[in-house]
Write a protein that binds this ligand. Structure first.
Ligand code: ADP
Length: 265
């Protein structure tokens, strides 16, 4: 516990006394610590790609430019790292907007299979590139109250992770299932993968900003460490709840549960 102390001199029955006012500032201190940690995390996250961009650019300047193969390789790293910085900054701005409540949500009745089809089209090329098979099972006519673009963002972040963290598994099938269904009074978006899984002790922290099981690996895969924080914010805003099941080494399922608006069959 932290206290702030103020001393006020008072006269009392002809004696000089002081009045001490103690104010509990534990909460402020905690917020301040969180803010400081965030600024330090952000600086670190931005410095990592910058250091790499700077290093490769410097090497190129002193390199024989006729060695086109090396030049190509270095330029492609510079391109990838600067793209990751852009993603990081966009994600940061998004997190800020979502946290401060400034994010605009355009609420309307959304048929979830439309979100699913949209996401499927976007992740197709990545899945092919990383040699992961993506399968779908979308129940038609399942509606929730939501914002189309935000729901795409939520499902895309989950599908993107599922594909990435499945592609790096050494053995076994490389499959990702995207599912949409209604059950009782709820609608579900479910992403199941056969990837590397999430160790038990990390499961609670996985939604924190910049928390990763393996920082170096996440960065190498192009991750910003903000994807799941954004997923949880969006789910919260839409009265949804994110559930996680994972078996370390054999796969993970993320399930987002929303209040069902209606089912039209
Ligand atoms: P990142 O950009 O690092 O992927 P996220 O916030 O999306 O950031 O995810 C945080 C961390 O959670 C990842 O770095 C990874 O360690 C773990 N993770 C997320 N999704 C999966 C998954 N489907 N399988 C295994 N690990 C995952």
């Amino acid at each position: 516990e932290y206290y702030d102390c103020e001393m006020i001199p008072v006269s009392y029955a002809d004696e000089n006394r002081v009045l001490l006012i103690l104010r509990n500032i534990t909460k402020e201190k905690q917020l301040e610590a969180i803010r400081r940690e965030f600024v330090s995390d952000v600086s670190h996250e931005l410095r990592t790609p910058l250091t790499s961009i700077h290093g490769y650019a410097e090497t190129l300047l002193n390199h024989d430019l006729n060695d086109t193969e090396t030049v190509q390789r270095f330029l492609s790293i510079i391109e990838k790292e600067s793209a990751r910085m852009t993603r990081l900054i966009n994600d940061l701005l998004d997190v800020e907007k979502l946290e401060s409540g400034d994010a605009q949500f355009n609420i309307e009745d959304i048929e979830l299979s439309e979100v699913g089809e949209y996401v499927l089209r976007i992740v197709g090329p990545l899945a092919r590139e990383l040699d992961v098979e993506v399968k779908e099972d979308f129940e038609k006519g399942v509606f929730i109250e939501g914002d189309f673009d935000r729901l795409v963002q939520l499902m895309l972040n989950l599908a993107d992770n599922a594909i990435k963290y499945t592609s790096i598994k050494e053995h076994g099938p490389k499959e990702v299932w995207l599912r949409i269904y209604a059950l009782a009074n709820y609608a579900f978006i479910e992403i199941e993968d056969t990837g590397i899984g999430i160790p038990e002790e990390s499961r609670k922290r996985i939604f924190e900003r910049f928390f990763r099981v393996d920082k170096a690996r996440s960065r190498k895969m192009g991750g910003t460490g903000l994807g799941l924080a954004i997923v949880r914010f969006i789910a919260d805003k839409l009265n949804g709840k994110v559930e996680l099941e994972s078996e370390y080494g054999s796969g993970t399922t993320f399930r987002v549960k929303f209040p069902l608006k209606k089912v039209i069959r």
